[in-house]
Design a protein around this ligand. Structure first.
Ligand code: PHE
Length: 338
């Protein structure tokens, strides 16, 4: 019996010496000390031994058990330390290296210019409203005096979602939506995205407009001129020269397009203004009485003006950007300049 125990101790120690990783050592623990382990089996037979021999063998087995246990623990700990040391030397973690900074975003130039325009107009008492980008044909065209066969539809032929649902081609449908809900006086601006099937250096299929609408008693073309003059001087500076040019929109009568003298050449004529010396900035006019009929206003009692401007165009002129597509390429070198 004693013999068998000594042999077992030797064998266990040899195997432990040969074991090279944690799994192997754990397996040895089970093999010798587990519930069905070899040493455990021997201890079970203790009851078959003569009473004189029993204490000696019992004590020996306990000594062997404890020493095996201790050796196993020691080897496991050793491996832990060794693998940590190894990891530290191999991975070469430089704990003094500064962390990686999370870069901050910047306000997109279109957002910035849009906010600036809204701020200027808010001072004049306009409140900001919003409208849907996916719009009924009715609001985008019909109610704005652009019936199905009207040639003005060609200029704004657009993306159809369904037969009578489009991606809005301008922010003007908000004029109708607001007048349906509110009685005069109405004084709103509406910034937002609009969609047209154009794409070149000065057109993207999606761009931004800001609509303005003012309806009250006794509003004249003079109010329109005064408001837009104040507004454009705020945006482009006090030396800005404006001109109001007769134009046509189905939903305003009379209509005017507003040009500013070219900010690049100061009216001399250059590439940016196509040698004309003028830059088209916005469309405007007195609200056509047809619209009042549509929304149930009394056109004998009230009058008003509306305007719509392209935010990209204003941003390009303000910052001297020659290609509109730069706004939407997401190049941080461009975007961080604003
Ligand atoms: N909605 C017109 C456009 O997109 C601009 C406009 C708005 C003209 C309001 C007159 C009045 O071209």
């Amino acid at each position: 019996m004693k013999e068998a125990l000594e042999q077992l101790r030797k064998k266990a120690q040899d195997e432990l010496g040969a074991a090279s990783n944690k799994d192997e050592i754990q397996a040895l623990r089970t093999k010798y000390l587990g519930r069905k382990g070899e040493l455990t089996q021997i201890l079970r037979k203790l009851k078959d031994i003569s009473p004189e021999e029993r204490p000696v063998i019992g004590q020996l087995s306990n000594v062997i058990k404890e020493s095996l246990q201790a050796q196993i623990e020691e080897r496991l700990q050793h491996i832990d330390v060794a693998s940590r040391d190894e990891a530290l030397t191999e991975e070469k973690i430089d704990v003094t290296l500064p962390g990686r900074a999370t870069p901050y975003g910047t306000t997109h130039p279109i957002t910035a210019v849009s906010r600036e325009i809204c701020d200027i107009l808010s001072v004049l008492g306009f409140s900001v409203v919003e409208g849907p980008e996916v719009e009924y044909d009715y609001y985008n065209f019909e109610a704005l005096n652009i019936p199905k066969d009207h040639p003005a539809r060609d200029m704004q032929d657009t993306f159809y979602v369904e037969d009578d649902v489009v991606l809005r081609t301008h922010t003007s449908p908000v004029q109708i939506r607001v007048m349906e809900k509110m009685k005069p006086p109405v004084r709103i601006i509406c910034p937002g995205k609009v969609y047209r099937p154009d794409s070149d250096v000065s057109h993207t299929p999606m761009f931004h407009q800001i609509e303005g609408l003012l309806v009250d008693k006794g509003i004249t073309f003079g109010d329109l001129k005064g408001t837009l003059t104040y507004f454009l001087v705020q945006v482009f500076g006090k030396n800005t020269v404006l001109r109001f040019r007769p134009s046509f929109f189905p939903f305003t009568e009379p209509s005017a397009e507003v040009d500013i003298q070219c900010v690049m050449c100061r009216g001399e004529g250059c590439r940016v203004c196509g040698q004309s010396g003028w830059l088209e900035i916005l469309g405007s006019g007195m609200v056509d009485p047809e619209l009042y009929k549509t929304v149930g206003y009394d056109s004998e009692q009230i009058s008003g003006f509306a305007f719509g401007l392209g935010v990209e165009r204003i941003a390009m002129l303000k910052y001297g950007i020659s290609d509109i597509r730069l706004f939407y390429e997401g190049d941080q070198r461009f975007l961080r300049q604003f």
